[in-house]
Ligand binder design. Structure first.
Ligand code: NDP
Ligand code: N5H
Length: 257
């Protein structure tokens, strides 16, 4: 039997380190036979990525720079992908940002700029990326984003990012309707807490890991590889009947009251 993503071209956005969720996804997609195209914002992430690819003997089809804060940067990135790769079948959106000092204390203290920044990078970026990717998905496609339970419930310290993730999830559904007629699906994975660069230095993170071990049905935390395999499912033909969905990869924690 051929592999799930044999010969498919998938763009992965958001590898910053070995701990990145997007790196767990990369490994799953590579093992499934996908050709991988990467985008990153910071030079530091580019350096990390090239080292990781070399160490794991994964060959990137292309690596392009893309700052999702800029329409021009998104357009240039997808123009280059179109020129050098042509048709793409998948996009993994694994990008978010909020000011660290607004990921603690009261949500009511969120600044106007901080609110808009979190929305722009963490939610609007999916809209802009979907628009840029659509013309390259001439054989149909699948777009997968990463969200967190703080979109659905009030979770201490998640604050402005929870509101941005609610916006991301709603955008995912509206986009699913827009592009469904072109054979493109849009879904989200809602992961449990995972120690990554983004999670570093944010208040109460260790406590969140402890609560999952204690209360989640599976009594253990999730890892990047589990999120990778769930993302692979959404990208593959196994999920051909699924769009507009949020799938929790959180050891079942979201069902507990
Ligand atoms: P990482 O810190 O590894 O990844 C965050 C990524 O966001 C980085 O690669 C960073 O790129 C990118 N990014 C930030 N701003 C921009 C921008 N303006 N343009 C382009 N890229 C940008 O953390 P995670 O792997 O944890 O985060 C990935 C996704 O998973 C996020 O959406 C996060 O909210 C979500 N998530 C994480 C959970 C967790 O517990 N870790 C739980 C549930 C969801 P660069 O470094 O190059 O700027
Ligand atoms: C309830 C929690 C813990 C508190 C909230 C954490 C929210 C984290 C998300 C954002 C994306 C973190 C963030 O933007 C950090 C930046 O201000 C500073 N970090 C950086 O700039 C690093 C270097 C780069 C690589 O990071 C980014 N993002 O560019 C939630 C946790 C239990 C789960 C969690 C951590 C969720 C999530 O969405 O990531």
């Amino acid at each position: 039997m051929s592999k799930l993503l044999q010969g498919k071209n998938v763009v992965v956005m958001g590898v910053a380190s070995e701990r990145s969720i997007a790196w767990g996804i990369t490994k799953s997609l590579h093992n499934a036979g996908a050709n991988l195209i990467f985008t990153n914002r910071q030079e530091r992430s580019y350096q990390k990525l090239t080292k990781l690819l070399e160490k794991n003997e994964i060959e990137a089809k292309l690596i392009v720079s893309c700052d999702v804060a800029s329409d021009e940067s998104i357009t240039n990135a997808f123009d280059e992908i179109k020129e050098k790769v042509g048709v793409i079948h998948g996009v993994v959106h694994s990008v978010a940002f909020a000011n660290r000092d607004e990921l603690k204390g009261e949500y009511a203290d969120t600044s106007r700029d901080g609110f808009l920044l979190a929305q722009e990078i963490s939610a609007f970026s999916l809209v802009a990326v979907t628009k840029a990717a659509k013309p390259l998905m001439t054989e149909g496609g699948s777009i997968v984003t990463q969200t967190y339970l703080g979109a659905e419930r009030v979770i201490q310290n998640y604050n402005v990012m929870g509101v941005a993730k609610a916006s991301l999830e709603a955008s995912m559904r509206y986009l699913a309707e827009d592009v469904g007629k072109y054979g493109i699906r849009v879904n989200a994975v809602s992961a449990g807490p995972i120690r990554t660069l983004s999670a570093k230095g944010v208040g109460g993170f260790n406590e969140k890991l402890g609560i999952i071990e204690e209360k989640a049905p599976l009594r253990r935390n999730v890892d990047q590889d589990q999120v990778g395999d769930a993302t692979l499912f959404f990208l593959s033909d196994l999920a051909r009947g699924v769009t507009g969905e949020v799938m929790h990869v959180d050891s079942g924690y979201h069902i507990i009251g």
